[in-house]
Design a protein around this ligand. Structure first.
Ligand code: PGA
Length: 255
């Protein structure tokens, strides 16, 4: 299984030239670069090894939707992956129903979703069982009514085109604690997510961990077979850090 390291640049950097500079440094095999929409085209032109991701999508195909970006627009820019339902968007009012529509549009267009789920601190404080219940509810609501058959025709994780990012909200570097989850807790949750998706939907999903991943702690997550990669925020803006994380992931790729 090949591990995937996704750079979520969030609302950074400020200019096309900075985005291009950063891309040149982070253009390595096994990486996905997800810049802001406005830099997608320039980043794509530079990429030789890494793949391209978007940070969001709109569910309608075209029409009068001021400020929105469709799946077709992303595909035309050679985007392959779409981050959906990041907790920073959920915080701004993105509901499970909206995420469900975005996921539907993404899958229909043949793009690969990276669906973000994660429990807030008050839920985690109640224990692992509460956190699992919270994550299960998010997944069931986000996947409601979606035809997943097209995604797993070969029923092989190698071909898995459905990606979940488990990002405990409190563990994100700008979140409530900014302290990464314990690797063993992340493993436990990854197992839970994989089992749920396999039994309910016959879906073999890749599950990435996200939340304060850096070059120092990356190995403790990525060495576990249940952790198929990482969604990296803050550290993805530091090319040396990011490259180290991708190199660590490479060590644990099994063909
Ligand atoms: P972080 O962000 O690596 O800065 O914690 C991860 C994310 O929000 O995707």
């Amino acid at each position: 299984m090949k591990k995937l390291i996704v750079a979520n640049w969030k609302m950074n950097p400020l200019s096309v030239s900075e985005a291009v500079k950063l891309t040149k440094k982070e253009d390595i095999k096994g990486a996905v670069i997800a810049p802001p929409f406005v830099f997608l085209e320039s980043v794509e032109k530079v990429l030789k090894q890494a793949e391209l991701g978007a940070q969001d999508i709109f569910w309608e195909e075209k029409g009068a939707y001021t400020g929105e970006i469709s799946a077709a627009m992303l595909k035309n820019l050679k985007v392959k992956y779409v981050i959906i339902g990041h907790s920073e968007r959920r915080c701004l009012g993105e509901t499970d129903e909206i995420i469900n529509k975005k996921l539907t549009a993404t899958i229909k267009a043949g793009l690969t979703p990276i669906l973000c789920v994660g429990e807030p601190l008050n839920i985690r404080k109640k224990g692992l069982l509460s956190a699992k219940t919270f994550i299960k509810n998010q997944l069931l609501k986000n996947l409601k009514g979606i035809n997943l058959k097209s995604l797993n025709s070969k029923f092989s994780i190698l071909n898995s085109r459905f990606i979940v990012a488990y990002e405990p909200v409190w563990a994100i570097s700008t979140g409530t604690t900014g302290i990464p989850a314990k690797p063993e807790d992340a493993v436990e949750m990854h197992k839970f997510i994989k089992d749920l998706l396999a039994t309910r939907y016959s879906l073999l999903a890749k599950v990435l961990y996200g939340g304060s991943v850096n070059s120092k702690n990356a190995e403790s997550f990525l060495k576990n077979p249940e952790i198929d990669g990482a969604l990296v925020g803050g550290a993805s803006l530091k090319p040396e850090e990011f490259k180290k994380i991708v190199k660590i992931a490479e060590k644990y790729n099994d063909e």
